[in-house]
Design a binder for this molecule. Structure first.
Ligand code: ADP
Ligand code: MG
Ligand code: ZN
Length: 486
């Protein structure tokens, strides 16, 4: 992008709440049922049917609001947003306005040093989070002969989270979305399934000349359902807008779609063609009121939040920000890590295994941590052996870990049966070092002549001579001593 411009981005995120029933009726909120089997007069919009607000959805919205330290509005109201579409049987969507239950919170993300000029976190404000209902789903036959409407999703509770235009790069937008995703999953208010649309995002984006206090005209890229698409769509869009501005052309206020195959955004409708939703207050629902006791009850039930976990792990185990964030990827992953760290007695060791071999195995098998075949105590046995330097890391990784996965018993038993214990016997290592040095007089002479870089070669030879079971730290120590002595 042209260096004279600054990106301004604000995300609107739709979070499907995992309540048992729908927003305004008792129908089940679950995917996978036969089309139109989970419907009733309320969510079908039949005349005379009256909505009743779902208390669980309110509790979930409050949990999000408290987690982002927002202002909870003691009284908020519902609106009707009118438009005509086959999957919207009532002809309007019930949404919150002008006052939302949750207003002005914030979320801290790692700032993008390339645009901020400094390292460190930045605070992104959330303008509001409001409750609303989802529409149904239309399916179009590939031959174009028929379309089908499934209203099971009509009336499913959504929390729309409107972020302030505080993001300054595609990277920051993706980091913000990840932080929000971690949060709603940790709060257990959303299943976080982006492919199925449980967590989806519209990205508003504009450019302005650096130092210009006024915002430029924005485009809104609709329905981005992966972190990668958000980054790619925004990178494309920023480039496109910069080119237009450079050519003296205006950026149009319009809605755009992301074509993942072509890797570009495409105009859909401009402001002139924008719909007039004819908002008006919902006459069938009283204002939503929440009192202090209700708010405090939700606050008391909040779990430890990802940002708190990340801080705790960094302080207790000295983990880096990226490691800690990766460990907080889901509630189950974080819980597994916490247990592994406790049982193995090593937070750093546990983190290395979780982000290394465990993650690699999960990817290979396309499994989530919930289905990982090893219980934390079984893996802890292995981590302990490595941390105590009873087992070389390489042997642990290449031999014991696969054997553990194959169900060959505990780490201790596998190491004993296969004779894999690490050699930490100084005398034995000194003898091996002497043998290897004798076998490589050339490199030895070169090291003495100042070619320090060859030490690594010798260490490699010594470890190899020890069958991969030597304590590498001790090998380095012994070699250094021998080299000094001579
Ligand atoms: P609307 O309801 O028409 O979508 P809002 O004022 O509610 O408009 O803004 C929606 C989103 O657009 C918010 O996430 C906000 O941060 C973002 N936004 C507003 N102005 C800009 C801008 N100039 N550039 C980028 N994003 C913007
Ligand atoms: Mg919008
Ligand atoms: Zn219903």
């Amino acid at each position: 992008m042209h260096p004279g411009y600054e990106a301004v981005i604000g995300l609107e995120v739709h979070v499907q709440l995992r309540t048992r029933s729908k927003m305004f009726c008792a129908c089940r909120n679950a995917v996978g049922a036969a089309p139109n089997s989970q419907t009733c007069p309320v969510c079908l919009g039949l005349p005379g049917a009256l909505p009743t607000l779902n208390a669980e959805a309110v509790r979930m919205a409050l949990a999000l609001g408290l987690a982002v330290e927002a202002q909870i509005q003691p009284q908020s109201t519902f609106y009707r947003k009118q438009y005509f579409y086959p999957d919207l049987p009532k002809g309007y969507q019930i949404t919150q306005g002008p006052v939302a239950l949750v207003e002005w919170g914030h979320l801290d993300i790692p700032g993008d040093p390339r645009v901020r000029g400094t390292e460190g976190p930045v605070r992104i404000r959330l303008e509001r989070a409001h409750l609303e209902e989802d529409a149904g789903k239309s399916h179009h036959d590939l031959d174009g002969k028929a379309s089908h409407v499934d209203l099971n999703r009509a009336g499913v509770p959504l929390l729309e989270i409107v972020g302030a235009p505080d993001l300054r790069s595609a990277q920051e937008a993706s980091d913000y979305l990840k932080a929000l995703h971690r949060l709603v999953v940790a709060l257990d208010i959303c299943d976080g399934n982006m492919e199925e649309g449980s967590f989806r995002c519209d990205a508003n984006v504009s450019l302005r000349k650096k130092g210009d206090p006024a915002f430029g005209t924005r485009a809104e890229v609709k329905n981005l359902n992966s972190f990668r698409f958000v980054r790619q769509a925004l990178e494309f869009e920023l480039e496109r807008q910069a080119e237009r501005l450079e050519q003296g052309l205006p950026v149009l206020q319009e809605t755009r779609g992301w074509d993942a195959v072509a890797g570009e955004t495409r105009g859909q409708r401009t402001k002139e063609a924008a719909m007039d939703y004819r908002y008006f207050p919902e006459p069938d629902l009283p204002p939503l009121t929440v009192n202090a006791a209700e708010i405090e009850a939700v606050r008391a039930a909040l779990p430890e939040l990802p940002e708190q976990q990340i801080r705790r792990w960094r302080e207790a185990y000295g983990l880096g920000p990226d490691e800690a964030q990766a460990l907080a990827q889901s509630r189950a992953f974080a819980a597994y890590f916490d247990t592994l760290a406790r049982l193995s007695g090593s937070g750093r060791g546990a983190a290395a295994w979780m982000l290394g071999e465990v993650s690699r195995t999960l990817n290979e098998l396309s499994l989530g941590i919930e289905a990982f075949p090893l219980a934390p105590d079984a893996l802890a046995g292995l981590v302990r052996l490595v941390e105590a330097r009873t087992l070389a890391f390489g042997t642990a990784k290449d031999q014991v870990f696969p054997a553990l996965l194959a169900g060959e018993g505990t780490a201790d038993a596998i190491v004993a049966r296969r004779g894999l214990a690490q050699v930490s016997d100084r005398k034995a290592i000194e003898a091996l070092v002497a043998t290897v040095l004798q076998a490589h007089p050339g490199p030895l002479a070169q090291i003495r002549a100042g070619k320090e870089g060859l030490k690594g070669f010798l260490v490699g030879q010594i470890l190899k001579a020890g069958g991969g079971r030597l304590d590498a730290k001790l090998v380095n120590e012994v070699l250094a001593q021998v080299l000094v002595k001579d």
